[in-house]
Each structure stands twice: as structure tokens, then as C-alpha cells.
Design a protein around this ligand. Sequence first.
Ligand code: ASP
Length: 336
Amino acid sequence: MKKLLLLTSIVLLSFSCQQSSEPSNGLTKSEYALVIHGGAGNMSIESVSPENQDRYLAKLNEALDTGIKILEENGSSLDAVEKVINILEDSPLFNAGKGAVFTHHGTNELDASIMEGDKLNAGAVAGVQNIKNPISAARAVMEQSEHVLLSGDGASEFAGLVGLEIVDPSYFFTERKFNNLIRVLESEGEDTSELQLKKMGTVGCVALDKLGNLCAGTSTGGMTNKKYNRIGDSPVIGAGTYANNATCGVSATGHGEFFIRYAVAHDISALMEYKRLSVEQAAYEVIQNKLFPVNGSGGVVCLDSNGNYAMEFNTKGMFRAYDNAEGDRIVKIFKD
Ligand code: ASP
């Protein structure tokens, strides 16, 4: 009997050792990893000129290199996410920071959020018009205020007080994005959903650092021709951004109203937590099986705590990039 008990405990012990050392879902385990999106939309290989494809790919590569270097040199996932998003915000190519789309009244109103997966700390800003890098303001809200979400003039006042760069609103003017607004206004009354979809370009990043901490961030100009100080999903924790070391980090892009109503980023985390789905399965379930049937267009990038990624979208394309400690680099725009 004693022998039997001993044997049983040896078997149980070896089983639990195997369980804890095996990466979740039998996939890979990487010391650090980073995934980026630059917006999802119905862009086709024919609709983006080869020169523009090169420009987008070069910027995604630059952002990816910067983030990976930070992680490789023992930097935090928080620093990596902020710096990666700063690069994309400073580029006129993407719908965030310098490249933000225009509201109905020809202004720019920017939203951003950031979340850390260890303590579930989060910060966000919404509807800001003069903060050069909204993701840095979101980080400041998380680290230097007792709040999670600040909006409008109050958010700008706070950003100024903590020393962030405040710019004249004209900094956000780009001819390309202004022309998009004109085109949407000219076609008002017609179905502009296709046009709207082509114009998405929110940016987001999720990183896993060597300490095992996940961080996710998202920054956007919202949707062209938005009215009434409309705010999308990007600054809403649980909708456009979420991070939890126990499950995953998520950054979303797409038709924000759907992402808010379906609590997309948190839903992916919840599927992993309660149903034990892998990050890929959870992202697929929400983007393809929940959002697609109701015309909720867009996508997500996610990382689990082992550095496994999901880059799931139900549009024709999504600017996206991934790399990890092993150098499993992916940089893509269109569906495979
Ligand atoms: N999700 C953003 C919003 O609705 C837009 C986008 O991702 O393109 O504000």
C-alpha cells in the first residue's frame, strides 16, 4: 500500500512538473516578444501603390526594431509599447498622432490608452486636440494621476503639467487625411461604409518583457467625419486595449462602436481565463465568430504570457508586425 502511495505521488509530481514547464497550449515560449498593428481596413494589394506599401512596411520595421531592442536590452514592456507607438504617432502614414483623421468640423480629436498586465494598471486620454503623443499622456495618467481616463481640455492641462509636448492643433493637419474628410463629406447621404473602412489606421502594440510582464497600448485619431465629440474604443479599457499577465495583452482596431459593445479586448482575455482557449483561438472566436456576423469590422493583435501571438482581422488587410527573442519576424499588410 505504501509503495502504491509513493508511486502515485511520484506520478502526480512528475505530471505537475511537466504541466508547469510546458508553454500554454503546447505552443512556443519566448523570453520576449512584440506585436504591432497599424490599422485594419479593406485595402487591397491593388489599392495601395508599391511605393506606399514600401513606406508602410519600412515604418512598421522601424517601430518593430525599436521595440525589440528595448526588450532585448532588458527594458520594460511599458517602455517598448510607448516608444513603438510614439514612432507610429509621429508618422503621417497612420491614423494616430501626426496622421490623425479629421472630424466633421475639420478638427482632430485623438484617443489613446495603455495597460500593464501585472497589476492591471491603466491610463487613457480621449478627445485631445493638442497633445503631440497621446500614448505618452495615457501613460502619464496611469503613472501620475489617480484616474484612468481623462478627456478634452482637462487631459491637455494635465499633460502640460507633467511636461509632455503640447502642440498647436495645426500640427495634426495633413493634406491626405483632410482630403479623406472632403471625400466623405461630398458623398454624404450615400453609403460611405466602404470609404470609412479604407481609412482606418489606428496604431497599437503589445509587448512581453523578460520579467514576464505584458503591456498593451492603442492610439488613434478615431474615424473620419466623426461628430459630437464621438469617442471610440481605443481609449476604453476592455474594448480597444487590455492586458493581464494571467492571460494576454490585446490592442484593437476597427469600427469602435462594435468593439465597445462587444468588450472585445476583455472578451479575448476572458475566453482564455474561463474557457482555457489559446490566444489564437480566443482572438479568432471574437473577431470572426462574434464581430463578423454583425458587420463589426476590424482586428486585433495579441500576445499571451509565453509570447505567442494572434493577429486576427475580418477586413481585407491589417498593417501588422511581430518579432520575438528567436527572431520569428513577420511584417505584413494583406491577408496571406
Ligand atoms: N477603432 C478606432 C475608433 O473607432 C478606429 C480604427 O481603429 O480605425 O475610433
